[in-house]
Structures are given as structure tokens and as C-alpha cells.
Design a protein around this ligand. Structure first.
Ligand code: NAD
Length: 340
């Protein structure tokens, strides 16, 4: 296994982890090398090129840094991206990643992300202790923070606005989206959902008794009160921003906007966007609180931290209400960034 720093002194700080024998090509990116330890998940999916994978690692590490800073957690944000392909020896790849993480010149606590399961993390646990606490439930804590944020978001849509009776479109019925959809149904929302994985969608949707979308209209363009993106990022693009069908957007997907400037366009169009790095902080906040401690001892602390996500979002909406700058501006201020 080769571990090489490939960044040139600028942030994010990036390392390449490679091992031709097992087909491993991965990037580990750090949003701020001065903050330790760093926290962030491992994403494994197919990429067109190493450059595309590296760009995604960098973008997501920046988002993680924003997430932690906005949540008032003085730790580093990181992200690992593994290039998936038919020839990848998955077990050996996670083992090699574990060795790379253990040998880094900093403390990096890795966790799950799209494509990485608890079984994959168990492989890493065999090599290093720098892994998310095994008793944590990242999808559940993320979903809790997202659902509470959905309540806050819909309440901002008008005097009598409530989830009960609201038209909601959920994109992605995976670990987080499935849980959020269940809570939305329980709250009385009229939920429609779309997922590219038709087979599992049918099963989950049947259990939740929700309507499946299959008429070709993209979820982001459907007329509704609330759009809940819980699949991959980049759902609002330069091309579709004028056709967003929801009055508000609040979901778990990381990096929902193709670029930050689209937040201003949404604000000008009157679409209330809940910044993703505020809303989906549940898992990493849980990871930071539980790291090196007994999970059962910190359950109350984690529950309070999840409630704080929705309160933080409400403060951001309040600051943006009626002003020229939308929620992203105020969320970035909270993260200590301001506009780029
Ligand atoms: P997951 O892999 O369990 O679920 C993702 C779902 O989205 C899958 O069912 C997949 O079939 C579906 N999907 C993929 N591409 C799609 C598309 N183009 N349109 C519709 N559906 C599509 O992942 P997850 O853990 O539920 O995470 C969902 C999102 O939330 C991701 O963006 C992730 O980065 C983010 N997030 C997750 C956590 C966590 O703790 N799991 C924390 C923070 C952020």
C-alpha cells in the first residue's frame, strides 16, 4: 500500500492511497489540517477518472469542515473517496485503507458514507481504532436531525404551515431517506418518493404505504411543499434551478447545490433552502461526542445535540427572513467562512 500526499500546501490537504495488487485507488482529503482529530466518512462508488474522485473528496471534505464548524465543534472535517470497479478486492481495500489511516501523520476517525457498510468498517476496526464507535447509528442520528429540520423548515412556510397534510417528495429511500420518510408519514405528511433502485424502493415504499414516482418528472421539479433530497448531491443545478417545484428544500444529501451561488437564486425565487451541512450534521456530531467514550453514557448528550441542529437552522432562517442574503450566507457565517 502506498500513501502519498498529493496536495501542494493548499487546503484541502489530500493523500492518495493506492495498491495496484488489490485495485485500490482512494483519496483522503482534510478540510483543515490544524484541527485534530478529523472526522469524516468513506465513500465508495464508481468514478470516471481519478481527477473526478479527487474533486469529490475535496468538495466533501470542505463540506465536512463547514458542518463541524457551524455545529460549534472544533474538529477537522475529512472525507475518503474510494474508486469502485469490478476488479476491486473490497475486503483487502478496506484493510489497506485502515493501515493508511493508522499511519497518517494526524488523527483521523473514519466512518460510513455511501457505499461503505458496517461490515466494511469492521474490517478497518481489525487494523485501527480510528473508526466511528460501533454502537453509533449514523443513519438514525442523521435522519433524526433531518426530520427535526423538516419540521422547522415547514413551520417557516406560513402561519399555519405544518407537516400534517403537507405534500412532500423524498429522493432516495436508503438508510437515511427511508427513516426520514417513515417519520414524515407518521407526522401526517403526504409523501411521494423516488429511488433509482426500483426493487428496494418498492419494498420500502410498500412498508411505509407511500406513493412511488415513476412518471419521468424529476423529483426536484415536482410541485410540492417540501423536497427532501436524501440520495446523492448536485440535485439543484444551473439548468434546473428555475424549475424547482418545491416551496422548500431540506434533506440529508451532501453538497445539494451544483455551486454555492445557486443558493442566492433559490432565495430570490422564494424557495426556502435548508443548508445541507447544517441539517445533516447528526452523524458526525454523534461521532465526535461518542469518540473514546461509552456510547450509553452519552445518549442524552447526543439527543440534545440533535435538537440543537433544528434550533440552529431556525436561527439561520430567522436571520435570512426578509433580508437580501439567504440561509446559506448566514450558515457560512456560522461556519466562520462568509462568502468565498
Ligand atoms: P444510502 O446509500 O443508504 O441511500 C442512498 C439512496 O439513494 C439509495 O437507496 C440509492 O438507490 C438512492 N439513489 C442513488 N442515486 C439516486 C438518484 N440519482 N435518484 C434517486 N435515488 C438515488 O445512503 P444514506 O446513508 O441514506 O445517505 C444519503 C445521503 O445523505 C448521501 O448524500 C449521504 O452523503 C448523506 N449523508 C448521510 C449520512 C449518514 O449518516 N448516512 C450523514 C450525512 C449525510
Amino acid at each position: 500500500m502506498n500513501l502519498t500526499r498529493v496536495s501542494d500546501g493548499h487546503l484541502p490537504d489530500v493523500f492518495l492511497v493506492s495498491d495496484d495488487g488489490i485495485g485500490l485507488h482512494a483519496f483522503i482529503a482534510f478540510g483543515d489540517r490544524r484541527r485534530v482529530p478529523s472526522f469524516g466518512g468513506i465513500r465508495r462508488r464508481r468514478y470516471e477518472s481519478p481527477a473526478e474522485a479527487r474533486r469529490e473528496a475535496e468538495r466533501l471534505a470542505r463540506q465536512m469542515q463547514r458542518k463541524l464548524c457551524a455545529a460549534g465543534v472544533g474538529r477537522g472535517g475529512a472525507k475518503t473517496v474510494v474508486m469502485d470497479h469490478d476488479g476491486l478486492d473490497r475486503r483487502a481495500a478496506y484493510e489497506a485503507l485502515g493501515r493508511a489511516i493508522a499511519s497518517l501523520d494526524r488523527h483521523y476517525v473514519c466512518g460510513p458514507d455511501v457505499g461503505t457498510t458496517e461490515a466494511d468498517l469492521d474490517v478497518i476496526r481489525g487494523v485501527t481504532a480510528n473508526v466511528n464507535h460501533p454502537d453509533n447509528d449514523p443513519a438514525a442520528t442523521t435522519a433524526r436531525g433531518v426530520f427535526l429540520s423538516c419540521l422547522t423548515t415547514v413551520a417557516r412556510l406560513g402561519e399555519d404551515a405544518a407537516l400534517e397534510g403537507a405534500r412532500v417528495v423524498v429522493e432516495g429511500l436508503g438508510a437515511v431517506g427511508g427513516r426520514v420518510a417513515r417519520e414524515l408519514v407518521r407526522a401526517g405528511a403526504r409523501v411521494e418518493a423516488y429511488d433509482v433502485d426500483g426493487e428496494r424502493t418498492a419494498e420500502v415504499a410498500a412498508t411505509l404505504k407511500i406513493t412511488l414516482i415513476d412518471d419521468g418528472v424529476p423529483p426536484v421539479e415536482r410541485l410540492c411543499d417540501l423536497f427532501v433530497p436524501c440520495a446523492l448531491g448536485g440535485v439543484v443545478t444551473r439548468t434546473n434551478v428555475g424549475r424547482v417545484g418545491a416551496r422548500a428544500i431540506c434533506g440529508s444529501a451532501n453538497d445539494q447545490l451544483e455551486s454555492d451561488d445557486l443558493a442566492s437564486v433559490l432565495h430570490e425565487c422564494g424557495v426556502l433552502w435548508a443548508p445541507d451541512f447544517i441539517v445533516n450534521a447528526g452523524a458526525v456530531v454523534e461521532g465526535v461526542i461518542a469518540h473514546g467514550r461509552d456510547r450509553a453514557d452519552v445518549a442524552d448528550e447526543i439527543a440534545i445535540a440533535l435538537e440543537a441542529i433544528a434550533a440552529r437552522l431556525d436561527g439561520i432562517f430567522e436571520a435570512a427572513d426578509g433580508g437580501a442574503c439567504g440561509p446559506l450566507f448566514h450558515a457560512l457565517e456560522l461556519a466562520g467562512e462568509g462568502w468565498d
